[in-house]
Design a protein around this ligand. Structure first.
Ligand code: KDO
Length: 343
């Protein structure tokens, strides 16, 4: 098992040594008193999420749960705001052994597991309950096996990131996708994301999450799409005037762990990791769903115009774009029907 000296524990140990002198410290260690010198298994976590968003805060729940169930065994290091790895580079970092845990999207997975692009398509997953049914049942099991095989990571849990809505810098009448013609809509930087933006009728513009606030403020982009809790947590409402409730993607974040790390853990430790991921996910899901239902009022109070478009028109246009695309050609036969039938 690959363990790293615990950054938190090591300085304390060194301090003690320098205070007591080497022989006294050795005696203490031999008596088993300070566990300070033991190395813990380091779990480096990286996410672009901002501290106040639920899928950032859930990592504290993960850490606390693990510290209770496996005291002294793990050193959980949480890195937010994309400070450790840039958005989208986490899977590569995990493959190289530089990162143990993160949460990633269907879009991140689709880059390496092309059939996973079915979950990047708009208006396929209906709501959070449907999402849990799909990913916690046989469909999830099959798809996650492909993820483990091709990406060398294991999905521990599926979290609800929220339902993505349009958020515009200036107000405009948006009834159908045609009304978004020419709108520079920021999307995260991959072809699957850009396809979704174009399917919505906009001109999709790639930009990293961390640059969206300034992009909206300065006007290099006309809008962005994200779930309402993220619009609040990242303060996008401060630099936008409108929300269009398209609900185009019931988005997920998959909590993943590197197989390199798992290979070095015993069965009991794996189980504890899994339980901590479940606790984190439940915390995220409960809070996010609750907040999502309250935020429209908050944004209205903040002065944003909130409108609902012709959802039928959006469904039809977006679904047609996917059905006629190369993506649909590689979706496993019958998978869409099975997803639709999951209850
Ligand atoms: C975003 O960049 O819009 C996005 O919502 C995409 C998600 O897949 C995820 O990376 C998320 O950002 C970040 O976790 C920040 O909330």
């Amino acid at each position: 098992m690959k363990t790293h000296p615990t950054p938190g524990a090591r300085p304390a140990h060194l301090n003690r040594r320098s205070l007591l002198g080497a022989s006294a410290a050795a005696a203490l260690t031999a008596s088993g008193l300070p566990a300070l010198a033991q190395s813990k298994t380091v779990l480096r976590i990286s996410t672009p999420a901002v501290p106040d968003d639920w899928h950032a805060r859930m990592w504290t729940v993960f850490k606390d749960t693990l510290e209770k169930s496996a005291p002294g065994e793990f050193d959980v290091q949480i890195n937010l705001n994309g400070a450790l790895f840039k958005q989208g580079t986490e899977p590569t970092a995990m493959a190289r052994g530089n990162l143990e845990l993160t949460s990633i999207s269907a879009f991140d997975i689709a880059k390496q597991v092309p059939e996973f692009s079915i979950f990047t398509a708009g208006y396929i997953i209906r709501d959070p309950a449907h999402q849990q049914k799909v990913f916690n049942g046989p469909i999830g099991a099959e798809m996650f096996k492909a993820v483990a095989d091709k990406m060398d990571i294991t999905v521990l849990n599926t979290c609800y990131l929220g339902t993505r809505q349009l958020n515009l810098r200036d107000t405009r009448s948006v009834k159908t996708p045609a009304d978004l013609k020419g709108v520079k809509l920021r999307m995260p930087g991959s072809k699957e994301w850009l396809f979704l933006g174009e399917a919505l009728g906009a001109t999709a513009t790639p930009l990293a999450f961390g640059e969206v606030y300034l992009g909206l403020k300065s006007g290099t982009i006309d809008g962005q799409d994200n779930p309402l809790p993220t619009v609040r947590a990242a303060k996008f409402y401060e630099v936008t005037k409108q929300l269009v409730l398209t609900g185009h993607l019931v988005d997920a974040q998959f909590i993943v762990v590197s197989n390199k790390l798992l290979a070095g853990l015993g069965a009991a430790q794996r189980q504890k990791l899994q339980a901590a991921a479940l606790a984190a996910s439940q915390f995220n899901n409960e809070n996010r769903i609750k907040e999502e239902s309250q935020l429209v009022e908050f944004f209205k109070k903040e002065g944003l115009q909130v409108s609902t478009p012709d959802l039928d028109a959006f469904h039809k246009t977006v679904q047609a774009a996917y059905q006629n695309s190369d993506y649909a050609k590689i979706w496993p036969k019958g998978l869409l029907d099975r997803i639709n039938a999951a209850k």
